[in-house]
Write a protein that binds this ligand. Structure first.
Ligand code: ADP
Ligand code: MG
Length: 232
């Protein structure tokens, strides 16, 4: 797996979406002229109320949705993790992670990825014998082993209990630092966005309504605008 990419390549966009439109049947446009650009190595959180189209956008970027209207440029190397791990129940954990890999050393890579997520002792386990947290870590290993330039995460912690969620969030942060894919994380949780992401988007009315840079290390020079706007 790759070390950190050179700084120059971190500036390059890996996702370019322009004027994306998607509706279902005769319904209104769920995505309605959406524009979005994500740079290599960026960790982006995507917030928005239920039904605002977050999963539709993610599926489009994953190539799992119908051919969209508009322009969508994404890297070929991309991987998705959903709220449910979606492991194949009749294959071992290792076989799940190696599934579809073409390289000669696929098994070794699967073992390395599973070891990295802390499942080195569960290689030959059946998916249904894993805990929820373990199964989600296996899903992360299955994504990671593909060395994605873009990692799409659709509420991957939502089904986990509080402690497991915290551990899995930390794992995702560590995996991101080690491999530096661009990440698009769909979440309902603002704290989670602040904890993990360096940019937060809010999807509303089919477009990116808010696009905020998050830099919690930066010293505050001005009064907190958040409190000001609460009072006005
Ligand atoms: P979110 O992930 O933000 O909760 P979704 O992308 O799942 O929102 O859904 C956005 C809207 O599109 C919702 O109104 C939903 O009912 C509709 N929708 C999503 N997928 C389908 C589908 N396959 N068929 C019909 N309607 C859909
Ligand atoms: Mg969703």
């Amino acid at each position: 797996m790759n070390a950190h990419p050179p700084l120059t390549s971190i500036q390059q966009p890996v996702v370019q979406v322009s004027n994306l439109v998607r509706s279902f049947g005769k319904g209104p446009n769920v995505l309605d002229g959406l524009d979005l650009s994500i740079r290599a190595g960026e960790f982006v959180a995507l917030l928005g109320r239920s039904g605002s189209g977050k999963s539709t956008l993610l599926r489009t970027l994953a190539g799992l949705d119908a051919a969209p209207a508009g322009t969508v440029t994404v890297p070929a190397e991309r991987a998705v993790v959903f709220q449910e791990p979606r492991l194949v129940p009749w294959k071992t954990v290792r076989a799940n992670v190696a599934l579809g890999l073409r390289m000669a050393d696929a098994q070794e890579r699967a073992v390395a990825a599973l070891t990295e997520v802390g499942l080195g002792h569960r290689l030959e386990a059946w998916p249904l014998t894993l805990s929820g947290g373990e199964a989600q870590r296996a899903a992360l290993a299955r994504a990671l082993v593909r060395e994605p330039k873009l990692l799409l995460l659709d509420e991957p912690f939502a089904a986990l209990d509080a402690l497991t969620r915290l551990k899995t969030q930390k794992l995702v942060a560590a995996l991101w630092r080690a491999h530096r894919p661009a990440v698009l994380l769909v979440t309902h949780d603002v704290d989670e966005a602040l904890l993990l992401a360096d940019r937060a988007l809010v999807l509303d009315q089919g477009r990116i309504a808010l696009d905020l840079r998050i830099d919690l290390e930066r010293p505050r020079r001005h009064a907190d605008p958040g409190f000001a706007s609460l009072r006005s």
